[in-house]
Structures are given as C-alpha cells and as structure tokens.
Design a protein around this ligand. Structure first.
Ligand code: CA
Length: 362
C-alpha cells in the first residue's frame, strides 16, 4: 500500500483535519492541534506532505522519524509535532481500516473499554464563584462524575490578591459534594510560594484530586518546589511535546501525573513512547485533550491501550458545530466515553460536509 495524496481542511473555529489517501482506496483522518491553524496547515502541506507521499502507511514509525528529523530547523517542539500529529493519526486510521481492527488493538490491546472522563471547564472571568459552581453542579447532574476547573491565567497572572480560586473551589465542592473528584488547573498562574500556599489550603480544606500546572511552564525548578512541598499530585505536560521534553519534565519538574496531548505531541506513535517513559517513572497519564472529535477518538484508543492511563481523562464536552461533520458520534454514557470498536478511529468523517464547512482546503 502507498500513500497517494494528503489534504488538509481548516475549519472556521480553527480545527485542522488531515485526510491521507492510499492506492488501496482506503483513506484515514487525523487532527492537528488547533491554535494557529493556518500555520499548522501550511506546515503539514509544505514541510511534511512531501515526506509522506509514496510511503507505505505501515511504515508509520519510519515516517514519524522522517517527519521529526528532516525538517529539523522547524523545531522539535510546538508547530512541527502538532503538524505531524494530524498525519500520524490518519496513518493509524488507515492501518486500522486495512486490518479491520480498532486502533487500540494495533497499539497493544484494550486495558479498558470505557474511559472515565472529567468535564473540563474554563472559567469565564465575568462569572462569580457561585455561578461557576452552579454550572458545574448542573454538568454533574447530567452525568459527569469528575470535574476540572481551569483558571486560564497564563504565567504568573494569578499572583494577585483578588485571585478567586480558593473561594471558587470551596463553592464547587459545596455544590457537588465530597465524592466528585475535582482537578484544579492554574494554567501556570502562580509563583512557587503562592502555589504552595494555595495548594496546601486546597489539599487540606477543600480536597482537590490534582493540581495542574501551578507554575510557569518554562520554570521546572518552581514546579519541583511545589511538587516537593505538597501531598496533592501535581500534573503537567501540555507544554511538552516529544519524549525528549517529557524526559526533562519528569527529571526536573517532578510532576506526579503526566499530560501528553495526542494532537500536539506528534500523534499516537509518539504518545505511546511518552507513555512508556512515564511508566518507567511510575507516572500515570492523563491526556490533555481539547478536541472533542478526532482528537478525542485518538485519545480514547491511546488510553484504552495504555496501562498507566487509568485515571479520569480530559473531555471538554460535545460541541454542536462538530456534529454535522461526522456520520456517527462518540458515545458518552454515565460519565464515561466508550472506546470505539469499529476499524480505525471508529469515527466516520462526512467528507462532503467537511469540504463544505472548511474555510481553507490545501
Ligand atoms: Ca491544562
């Protein structure tokens, strides 16, 4: 089998889908990380497509190394692995369809056929703690059994006296009760001393399940200081890409939980290597995942086939604008996403709808 063509679709809300065609009549779909979509789309088409056309999709590992190393001046983190991810996921979709197997079966099998997910919610800064708590309680009432609050701060922007985080988490805890795990994502907002103060209060008086990116992503020393000082697990990994950055993160930042993102880290091939690295350090994996369709399907196959992905995984909820682009949908039952069992990703793209919706097709 040979790859004959590759097409990228930029959607109006920034998502980048990738379709890879083969001479066997089988096509696969992937997704790249959504920010700076036009740049990522151009990288897929101009830097990576020439490295993939004519290749055997079963050489997915060989193709992955070629994509990472040949355009090396574009950098091994950030845009290059984000662009690679769309192609890598599409190749795995092809392999699944060609062998009549769901992707998780090709990645080693199924540790769990349904994945508990937490509802990941980004604070709208106009909302009061009570409004946030009421909204999250309504999502729990709909069936979610775990939550995460994201503050959306950015580096050190939460280091202010009027930071509402503690008040908000107290309200959320009161609204949803003691049995719902709540993650707290600072989005890098605190300096180490403030992160330790807030984290200590939350672990002792509110009960949080994990403490995500409390300190700036460029300061592993600060993260290590926080992780050393607290009992609550510290998590990080959405700002790391390949196995090389995860090695440095683990050794220097000392997070307790690692958070690779399959649409950022280079795809499923790289995610499995990161998972093995984390396993050797006894670090559970919780995916970073903002993309509710192809990215989530790829994450489900990754989590299903990965021993150390046993914690609740990130899900930002179904979004209406995606629904028409697919012939089926990922099933969410009692706060769990069911791992697709159909060949490949198990999520069927409606190409005509994607073509009609895309703002740029290259
Ligand atoms: Ca995060």
């Amino acid at each position: 089998m040979k790859v004959t063509d590759l097409t990228t679709f930029l959607l109006p809300w920034g998502s980048v889908f990738v379709k890879v065609d083969t001479d066997a009549g089988i096509s696969g779909w992937g997704e790249c990380s959504p920010m700076n979509g036009r740049v990522i789309q151009a990288m897929v088409v101009h830097a990576l497509k020439p490295l993939v056309i004519g290749a055997n999709p079963f050489d997915v590992e060989v193709i992955g190394e070629r994509m990472l190393l040949r355009p090396y001046k574009l950098g091994p983190q950030g845009a290059l692995p984000e662009a690679m991810a769309g192609i890598d996921i599409a190749l795995w979709d092809i392999l699944g369809k060609a062998t009549n197997q769901p992707i998780h079966q090709l990645l080693g099998g199924c540790f769990r056929d349904r994945i508990k997910v937490y509802f990941s919610y980004g604070w709208d800064h106009r909302q009061s703690p009570q409004e946030v708590a009421a909204y999250l309680a309504s999502r729990v009432a709909e069936g979610f059994t775990a939550l995460k609050l994201r503050m959306g701060y950015g580096p050190l922007k939460g280091d202010t006296p009027d930071d509402p985080a503690i008040a908000m988490l107290k309200e959320i805890r009161a609204a949803v009760g003691d049995s719902v795990p709540i993650g707290f994502d600072v989005n890098n907002g605190y300096s180490a001393p403030k992160a330790i103060q807030v984290g200590r209060y939350l672990q002792d008086h509110v009960g949080i399940a994990w403490y995500e990116e409390p300190t700036p992503p460029y300061d592993y020393g600060a993260m290590a200081q926080v992780a050393d000082a607290l009992d609550v697990p510290v998590s990080a990994g959405e700002h790391e890409y390949t196995r090389y950055q995860f090695r440095d993160l683990i050794l220097q930042g000392k997070p307790d939980i690692c958070q690779p993102d399959v649409v950022k880290c280079g795809g499923l091939t790289e995610a499995k290597k990161i998972a093995a690295l984390c396993e050797a350090f006894s670090k559970p994996i919780v995916v970073h995942n903002t993309q509710p369709t192809i990215g989530t399907a790829a994450s489900l196959h990754f989590c299903a086939s990965t021993a150390n992905a046993y914690l609740p995984q990130e899900f930002t909820g179904h979004r209406d604008h995606f629904r028409p682009l697919f012939k089926n949908a990922l099933a969410l039952v009692d706060g769990h996403l069911l791992v697709p069992q159909a060949p490949g990703l198990g999520l069927e793209v409606d190409e005509e709808k994607v073509r009609a919706t895309a703002v740029e097709i290259l």
